[in-house]
Design a protein around this ligand. Sequence first.
Ligand code: HSE
Length: 436
Amino acid sequence: MQELRVGVLGFGVVGRGVVELLLTQGALLQQRTGVRLRLVRIATRTPSRNGDLALGEVELTDDLQRVVAAEDIDVVVEVIGGLEPARSLLEQALRSGKHVVTANKALLAMHGADLVPLAVANRCELMFEAAVAGAIPIIKVLRESLAANRIDQLYGILNGTCNYILTEMRERGSSFADVLRDAQAKGFAEADPSFDVDGIDAAHKLVLLAAIAFGSYPDFSQVHIEGIRHVSDVDIQWATEMGYRIKLLGIAKQDAEGVELRVQPTLVPVSSMVASVEGVYNAVFVRGHAAGTTMYHGRGAGERPTASAVVADLVEIARNWRVGCVGRVAAFSCLSENLRAFPVRATDEWRGEYYLRLAVADRPGVLAEVTRVLAEHQISLDAIHQKGRSAVAAVPLIMVTHATTERQIRLALREIEGLDAVQETPRFIRIEPSVV
Ligand code: HSE
């Protein structure tokens, strides 16, 4: 029986899941690949036995070089995360001819354009199914199952922490700060939640999906990123009342004029499938010219779901290796020489419908002043709501526009903010009425 020798970098939550799967599912993996996937070594800076896993002959070391530079390792699994030392270690592994499986979305989003050619030059596989949406096999779907399609649009819920927070805010009627504090206490959100709640984690994932779908290297600098800190419970209540849910979506669109890449809180119709994705779940929707829209749903994080994707990559490497093949499927689907830069459309040119929330003085003529400004900017309204009365405090004025450009919205809101009756900076949230 041929043997593929595996070394794991990192022994946190995902590392533990990978080790457990390799140790307990060896016979099944062998039946499926014809190869013995032998876990040789785990390297972590803080080697503790990590719970009750019986590691048997598997070596546990704090010397990361014992994985990336060792003669007795064929494949390196990187589950440390972060840019350094992960980047240097993986470069070293690839230069020494080792295949790499990584769950590191930040690294690929920032440095995929360097790592992929390095892998190709060294005739190594560089696989990263676990980097996007955990257990959902969306990378394989885009690269292989939908390979016959021109893809003009994909969107999804790519961050479980944000989806959990938005779901809880709606169900409990609580503020962002309260739900975040609870989520941290329960271990559902990181102590430093900024990567998640500021949309950065979702943007890393989006740029990888877009690169594969549109045939480019990932260019993280081209993603417009807005997180969920500014979504208030008032917005969530109004969205619900008007037949919407608010979701943090990653959206990638392509047409003849360019590409839009954005992570943003978005109003979606309550009747849509994406609205029904709740709690920590992820979902990705892909529109291909031949397949139409397909949807992929599942767990986007966690020990076993993420390990499932890592080990699936090991299975693919083992299968290829058994028949003496490498680089069968290019990392970003198109061969390197066919990848091109994204022509990215400026945010000003984006077109869509908008939800607007103002805090205004409750006196005659205010609505007329606001709608005059909107009319001057050619913005047509679909709905206006105002509830509550106050002789002293501001009251919320909620509006939904017809399709317009982002330039018009921004110019109009700047002018509206200058009106005497407007007492806070106006807020807007984009609406995607045509999601499925
Ligand atoms: N922290 C991410 C999430 C999972 O909440 O979805 C890892 O990318």
